[in-house]
Design a protein. Structure first.
Lengths: 123, 123
DNA sequence: ATCAGTTAGTTTCAGATGGAAACCAGATGC
DNA sequence: GCATCTGGTTTCCATCTGAAACTAACTGAT
């Protein structure tokens, strides 16, 4: 068995990286790390996430063993999504990513303004 | 000024998260963290990355102040991409992500097989 | 002088993906 | 009968993606 290597297109690691290096995955696992949540609760928690993409993303996360889905025949239907142990290890890896974005927001915005002005000046 | 909050669609953090939580960004910054590289060198280093997307991704990374681009009028043209200090802090955050993918590849693949078999059985 | 090859890209086109909004099922409340 | 709650699926359109071809400027070989 070869060593896993994300730089090789043929390594399964590549598909997994594509799946986990995703905006919605970062935010959803961030929420689910704190507690089990229901479908519409997650939708309200992640502003701008459409039902279709939430449904698709949760399905992928479930397939990859990162969250579990439990449906209860109440009225109306109750569906609870919970993070798994595996998902929890990923959430711990993903949290610094969200924190980086929040912490370096101003530095990146400043860089963008500078870059755009230089482009403007060159044109 | 509001606190940055990636869960809000209106926060600039969201755009930044979308930019950095990206397969190609993870791999490119991973390479550039070790040393300065040229365009085709990066292309060869990241298997499966097309020239178009490499060009677009590098342009975004440059705009966000994460890498610098330096062109030298040699023959043929030499263009060198180097990581910035800001980029280096992000690369340090992104590396665990790639390592998670490589380290948990088998667990995820096993989860997928189990899930698909359960789906098969249910159908 | 012309053809092949190097560099770092841009362009083109078909197919996959994204989000907004509408729709659906099943049941309760009014 | 009609609206409302749940957790989705469907539809439509715009954007994004990747593969491949093309560009520009110059070198080296034939």
């Amino acid at each position: 068995m070869d060593q896993p290597d994300a730089f090789s297109a043929r390594c399964p690691t590549r598909q997994i990286l594509d799946r986990i290096a995703d905006k919605w995955t970062v935010l959803l696992l961030g929420l689910l790390a704190s507690r089990t949540m229901r479908f519409n609760e997650l939708r309200r928690g992640v502003d701008g996430l459409s039902q279709k993409v939430l449904s698709q993303t949760l399905k992928s996360l479930e397939r990859d063993g990162l969250v579990t889905r439990a449906a209860y025949p109440t009225v109306p239907v109750t569906v609870e999504y919970a993070i798994t142990d595996l998902g929890r290890t990923l959430a711990a890896t993903l949290e610094p990513l969200r924190l980086w974005a929040e912490g370096h927001m101003e530095a990146v915005e400043k860089a963008r303004i500078d870059f755009d002005q230089r482009q403007q000046a060159a044109a």
